[in-house]
Design a binder for this molecule. Structure first.
Ligand code: 13P
Length: 254
């Protein structure tokens, strides 16, 4: 299967900086220095979506997504951004449930559930992020937490068309303790969690175990190859190391 290499630029880069990085990525894709069996995704900040989408428009197997949205088409939701606005900016995917939104911005399981259905019903691809905190892991709650995060967001989707679920859904497993800390999860942690996620995706009412599962958390050019070689790791979601085009491209060649 084609491995997915996704960049989450978080709250980094002005519009011109984002455009420059996207142009560097596009040039590498055009010169065929990214392997053809890679799918690339870039999630810039809202304001940079149009320039990044424009820069990557002609690139095959390359998608642009937003880091967030509000699940209404329009209305009195001060400060929020809707999917029609994001579509108009040229993006077709959204991140949902990133740990920074769950833990810093206080997004609830029910909002994440609502957003997941809403995005899929509005023809957006969804990368659903899940992961446990260090305390949860140390308390032996890994399975319970992942199960709760997956079940609340995905089990209610059984009525959606199979084709939508098959093409428009990805999971990113990002242990919170490995995000931005330099502490990449060890091979055994990743193997255990990814096998668990695949298993948990077999809901009684719908089997979603075919959905790609990416790993995220302190991925760097130096550890990407090893992570991609692990069973059930279908790709990588990269924060800090995706900000420099050259690092991101190196990871895409891992
Ligand atoms: P880092 O790669 O900076 O650890 O961030 C991971 C992440 O949160 C991607 O969504």
């Amino acid at each position: 299967m084609s491995k997915i290499i996704a960049a989450n630029w978080k709250m980094h880069k002005t519009r011109s900086e984002a455009e420059q990085t996207a142009k560097e990525i596009a040039a590498a894709i055009r010169s065929a220095s990214v392997p053809q069996d890679r799918t690339l995704m870039v999630f810039p900040a809202f304001l940079s979506l149009p320039v990044v989408a424009q820069a990557l428009k002609e690139c095959p197997k390359t998608f642009v997504g937003a880091q967030n949205f509000y699940p209404k088409d329009q209305g009195a939701f001060t400060g929020e951004v809707s999917l029609p606005m994001i579509k108009d900016a040229g993006a077709s995917w959204v991140l949902i449930g990133h740990s920074e939104r769950r833990h810093i911005l206080g997004e609830s399981l029910s909002l994440i559930c609502e957003k997941t259905r809403y995005a899929l019903e509005h023809d957006f691809g969804v990368m659903l992020c899940i992961g446990e905190t260090l305390v949860e892991r140390e308390e032996g709650k890994l399975k319970a937490i992942l199960s709760e995060q997956l079940k609340t967001a995905l089990a209610p989707l059984a009525d959606l068309p199979k084709a939508t679920l098959a093409t428009s859904l990805m999971i990113a497993y990002e242990p919170v303790w490995a995000i931005g800390t330099g502490k990449v999860a060890g091979d055994s942690d990743v193997l255990e969690a990814h096998a668990l996620v695949k298993d948990l995706l077999r809901f009684p009412n719908i089997d979603l175990s075919f959905v790609p599962v990416l790993y995220g958390g302190s991925v760097k050019p130096g550890n990407a190859k090893q992570l991609l070689s692990l069973a059930n790791v279908d790709g990588l979601l990269i924060g800090g190391a995706s900000l420099e085009a050259e690092n991101f491209l190196q990871i895409s060649r891992a």
